[in-house]
Design a protein around this ligand. Sequence first.
Ligand SMILES: Nc1ncnc2c1ncn2[C@@H]1O[C@H](COP(=O)(O)OP(=O)(O)OP(=O)(O)O)[C@@H](O)[C@H]1O
Length: 724
Amino acid sequence: MLRLLLSNCNRSDLISRSLLQHLPQSPLGARLQNATRLMRQHQWAGPRPAAAKVQTARALLWGGGCLGVGVAARSWWTSRALAHCEANRLAGVIQHTLQQETDKNFDWKRLWTYLEPHTWELIGAILAALIVAFINIRIPNLLGDLVNRLARYANTYVMDPINNSFVKDVSKPASNLLSLYMLQSGFTFVYIYLLSRVGEQMAARMRQDLFKQIVLQDISFFDENRTGELVNRLTADVQDFKTSFKHFVAHGLRSGAQLIGGSVSLFMISPHMAAIALASVPCVVLFMSYLGRKLRSLSKSSQAQAERATGVCEEALSNIRTVRSSACEYREMELFEQETNEAARLAQELGYGIAVFQGLTNFFLNTLVLSTLFMGGHLMSTESLTPGALMAFLVASQGVQRSLSQGSILLGTMIRGLTAGSRVFEFLSLQPKVELLRGYVIPEERLHGEIRFENVCFAYPMRPDHLVLKDFNLTLRPGQTVALVGASGSGKSTIAALLERFYEPTSGNIKLDGYKLSDISPYWLRANVLGFIEQQPILFGTSILENVRYGKPDASETDVFDASKLAQSHDFVTSLPDGYATHVGERGTQLSGGQRQRIAIARALVKNPRILILDEATSALDATSESEVQKALDTAVQNRTTLVIAHRLSTIRNADLIVVMDQGRVVETGKHDELMAKRGLYFELVRQQERRENQEQILDQAQILEPPISENSPNVETTKNTVQ
Ligand SMILES: Nc1ncnc2c1ncn2[C@@H]1O[C@H](COP(=O)(O)OP(=O)(O)OP(=O)(O)O)[C@@H](O)[C@H]1O
């Protein structure tokens, strides 16, 4: 789906045509840009850790050794080209290792970029939370005051409460207390409301940035990361971070302020009791930070495991037809069960750690209350403490106790939040190697559609030690149809992927009308020059009109109809009850394979591309659909340079040039008749295919001739018995 997204980049969404026009258009400008890009890449590799330097040196020595062997084994020219491939491949290995070593600590600076636009709201929330904390510190003193006054009337029977001095005496501290309660609730509302605004807006921006960053990544990123895991980061991790942030700021600030303020007032009420009560706090703090570190690493593995479970679920659901047709429902259930059980086990371990911590903290705090009562009673008996002061001390110490126990919950929240945040920021800081908009645009009058592959070597980033293309050379002249054939895995689709700039060659060049592809804006290239038709095209769950328009968002209805006529889809679309407004279902499941394919062809043609890439566009179809789609393709390729990746060799007999590939190299080129006369690999492939097709025909005929199974036939009996 992402390949499709990249190959049909939505121009109106990302950048206006005028911006594209302003990009440098001369080869010199492009060379300068390329040089800057290379310099930046070089700077990135700049300060290498010592271990990496050793690794680099080792790798280079090893590379040197390999070069030596290569020189001895091959002719000078071939080995020089391959040595170059090997050196570049090694550079890939080193870069991959270095990337894995990058620090994944929490990025506070990046967090600030999200908070900065809400500075005033945040300050307001912090102030309101601090005021609440201050009020909470004041309340015990006022309560103590009230209790002292009430204590005076402990043994007095109040006859007339209205005219009695009791009311006058008590009303002032009581009304003071009431006003504080009202202020406390008002400021609580303010900070909770402001924090939730900041949190929601921050989370929305984070999600948008993360999605943008993910969509812009190189295709190799998607080879490495599973879709479900990416979706998990976009949803669960951002959610976790937001919740933890709000919780932490709201309760953390209040608890922190209350802890400090409450401790001060404890000292003011009774320094003796306060000293005893707070003596053991440093031990709790030390214990808290030790456990915090342990819990953080546990939380990290627990969240990563949850991500894996989501990955399994997403993969199974998005490929439900394959799961069903392979009868793998129970396997998928089992796999999901294993992954979720493991996630639950890790989460339980985390919960266990937090529970131990909280239990110990509670025990500590309760013994603190008990010792306070014991000490307070003793001081009261010696008349060095009033009952009001004891009451104030107890309420204040309860405030401190609440803050401390909040601290243990906050610790868990903070751990979860920091882990989720660093996972989100990890992807936010990734930079794609190929920048979508960087590069120049070839002026219309110079765009002819000539493609040259010059000594291209390539290894996939996920398998840097496996060279897929070795010194690959090929020229496609403007308007020519060139077919790539070869055994499975020989590198045909890789050629198409390189032409689309889904990957960059490890060495060598690909040129379009003499301009290096690496200097051209990939966005412009895919949006204007290349039309890509895949073997199994994916449609989006919207109308046929929107699906065709996906190739060119500003296409008029007439453009869509014209492209559909060229793709032989107009007639079947207009015969549908809703015509172009027909919904195709998720991934286009409500259409037949041939219909999907023809809509995909219309989607590619609507932008009138100069170059068409057909990746086995008919191989997944039955004979009727194949002939319809083939008709569409025959019209589509006219006046365009076309690269056909062929499986059914019968469909490319008329190609202007057939290129036979074997293990990433070109081994034969020519027209069909020339290659057949050569009796080389192409001849062999054609023969193999003919034999296979004959065998399939014989099997089909055998099935037709086989008598229908009757109710009484032994086969049916056997089946019945087996089922029973
Ligand atoms: N994304 C990828 N990451 C790593 N290796 C890959 C990737 N895609 C393909 N390969 C490997 O590259 C080699 C060439 O694959 P490619 O798809 O180009 O072959 P092909 O000739 O098109 O095969 P087929 O006819 O079966 O489609 C294979 O060995 C394959 O395993």
